[in-house]
Design a protein around this ligand. Structure first.
Ligand code: CO
Length: 615
């Protein structure tokens, strides 16, 4: 028996797939592995929070609370951990205190044992409410300090130095932390810096210290080893199939490394290898998410641009959707400049999305020509105090329609829970549903309508079956054409073809799985097949009319005007959520609103017409 065995948190089912495959792993593919995982003896498993809550409701048509219930049922012996963004919970803005309290209370009741709470700016004013709620629920409060650096690339410098981190540890202890975590989301913590940081923190505090780092830059396995030498208590790892790259270090080599040392965790390598083999078998169908544009397993450039794993995989998929993947390098460079302008916030959710989408806007539309709503709010102080000053020119541009916020940002937010209850009373009164709506009024509402049978599940939410299809050798082997078949026009040179495309999926199977993931289906799975809506004819654009098109794919949040209304050039017309950020799209001319063809909540592709203005 080792003298001081390292404890291991497995992050495969949260950060692993969030970092490597945009959080798309479905519950049906995790479920068969859980009994084996539960038998390993992990200190804890991180299975919830971060992007999982958003992605399940937005893209997978899966109830996140149901997912947590399933984890709890199938992992009875392993404490479950979630990542919580302080006052922002699992969303991208600060919520009212009543939403924070209710969300933490329900999460604790349904199955979360350890709450890892952080704030993107490491600002304690955004952590107090969540910390008190975790304490009230009598669960383990882990406070995470986001590890960040400036361009020097190492611990130190004017902002992110040892003094800064030690002060944070003391502040977090004062909030009642049961443990402290160093959260190195960008893979930026260098091994010898980790040794120094862990040594100093262990001297200063008695609470256990955990290290969470990403492999992105290639340092994480070395960093974990040095941190263990310095006495860190717990480290985060993934199973090999979802480890390394932008995820956590792999657990398997660590077990061999530590064998027969005083930090040997005593976990069974053979059993872990078997689970890894099973996980390997389900991953090929997610290969469109797992594919990467570079051949290197590490991204050594992250040492310069500091972009965390989840953020770069999102940027790649979002730029690809916008048809601008060729501008990735430009965006990566712009991120460094944008971050400096914003006062060097750590690159972590929601700062990473905020900076990422603003950098994309700056590259695609010009420097601060289109400032997102969240960046305006941030500059006004809605997210707390940045570690350094915000650029003066940006402040002027962003504050045209904002008042500065002083004091605790959440003090300016009225209670939100009752309004959320009222808004969905025609759909559900379940507190879990109310919370989904309170967190995501647009995508959450759409999810709730689908869950409660008021809207069909769109094709893109259904489980994809991406295994190599069996080639139909003759027409008799061809499967019957399903109602999901869609016609496409294909233009090759001067020629035009019409083809029908039908997604391959096991007959019947998909329907049953889809329904079992919704809690209370209103219609039986054997009901009439859902017909794909016929494409509606495009709105009439006359000569001289100006149009507002979606500059990037997104969701129409609302129109600021009505048909027939007069608008001046520059007046906001439509609010589009793109890359999870609100963008106000202005009228290009003075004129009259002729048509507003999109629906509130509609997902639109790039270049879809959102408004027509007649001069
Ligand atoms: Co992480």
């Amino acid at each position: 028996m080792a003298k001081n065995p390292i404890k291991i948190t497995d992050t495969t089912f949260r950060d692993g797939h969030q970092s490597l495959m945009a959080t798309r792993l479905r519950m049906e593919d995790m479920e068969p592995l859980l009994a084996d995982m539960d038998a390993i003896g992990f200190h804890s498993m991180e299975v919830w929070g971060g992007a999982t809550f958003d992605v399940t409701t937005r893209f997978l048509g899966e109830d996140p609370w149901e997912r947590l219930r399933t984890f709890k049922r199938l992992l009875p012996n392993t404490p479950l951990s979630m990542l919580l963004r302080g006052q922002s919970l699992v969303g991208y803005r600060a919520y009212a205190d009543d939403v924070v309290d209710a969300f933490v209370e329900r999460s604790a009741e349904v199955g979360v044992d350890i709450f890892r709470v952080f704030d993107a700016l490491n600002d304690p004013v955004n952590l107090g409410q969540a910390a008190r709620a975790v304490k009230k629920a009598k669960k383990h409060l882990q406070m995470a300090v986001c590890y960040s650096i400036t361009e020097e690339g190492r611990l130190g410098g004017p902002i992110y130095n040892l003094k800064y981190y030690m002060a944070k540890v003391k502040e977090f202890e004062a909030l009642g932390a049961d443990s402290i975590c160093i959260k190195d989301m960008g893979g930026l913590l260098a091994p010898y810096d980790a040794f120094q940081l862990v040594t100093e923190i262990k001297k200063a505090t008695k609470v256990p210290l955990q290290l969470h780092c990403h492999y992105t830059s290639g340092m994480a396995s070395m960093t974990v080893l040095k941190a263990m030498e310095a006495g860190v208590d717990i480290v985060d790892t993934c199973l090999a199939p979802l480890a390394l790259r932008t995820a956590q270090p792999a657990v398997e080599p660590l077990l061999v490394t530590l064998g027969d040392t005083d930090r040997d965790p005593g976990l069974d390598l053979d059993r872990i290898l078997e689970i890894g083999d099973k996980l390997e078998k389900v991953l090929p169908k997610y290969r469109s998410y797992l594919e990467r544009p570079r051949s290197a397993v590490i991204d050594a450039r992250v040492l310069k641009h500091q972009i965390p794993g989840g953020m770069s995989s999102n940027l790649v998929s979002q730029l690809r959707e916008a048809g601008a993947i060729d501008r990735l390098d430009e965006v990566l460079e712009e991120i460094t400049r944008t971050r400096k302008d914003l006062g060097y916030p750590p690159l972590v959710t929601p700062m990473s999305q905020m900076i990422g989408s603003q950098a994309v806007n700056n590259v695609l539309f010009g420097h601060y020509e289109m400032i997102t709503g969240p960046v305006r709010d941030y500059v006004a102080g809605a997210y707390g105090t940045p570690p350094a000053a915000i650029d003066k020119d940006l402040t002027k541009l962003a504050m045209t329609d904002r008042e500065p916020i002083t004091g605790r940002p959440a003090d300016n937010i009225e209670p939100e829970l009752e309004a959320a209850r009222e808004a969905i009373k025609g759909i559900s009164s379940d507190i879990d549903d109310v919370l989904i709506y309170a967190l995501y009024p647009t995508t959450g509402l759409r999810f709730l309508k689908i869950k409660h049978g008021q809207e069909p599940m769109p094709d893109e939410m259904k489980p994809e079956y991406l295994e190599t299809p069996q080639a139909a050798t003759n027409l008799f082997d061809a499967p019957p054409r399903s109602p999901n078949a869609r016609q496409f026009n294909v233009f090759v040179g001067g020629e035009h073809f019409q083809v029908e495309v039908d997604p391959v999926r096991p007959v019947g199977d998909a329907v049953v799985r889809q329904v079992s993931s919704a809690a209370t289906p209103k219609s039986p799975p054997t009901g009439a097949p859902v017909q794909a809506p016929a494409p509606s004819p495009g709105p009439e654009v006359a000569t001289g009319d100006a149009t507002i098109v979606a500059p990037i794919p997104g969701i129409v949040l609302k129109y600021e005007v009505e048909v027939g209304q007069h608008v001046a050039a520059g007046d906001p017309v439509v609010l589009l959520e793109a890359m999870k950020m609100e963008n106000s799209l202005p009228s290009p001319i003075d004129g009259t609103v002729k048509a507003l063809p999109a629906q509130r909540g509609q997902t639109v592709a790039k270049d879809v017409v959102l408004a027509i203005i007649s001069p």
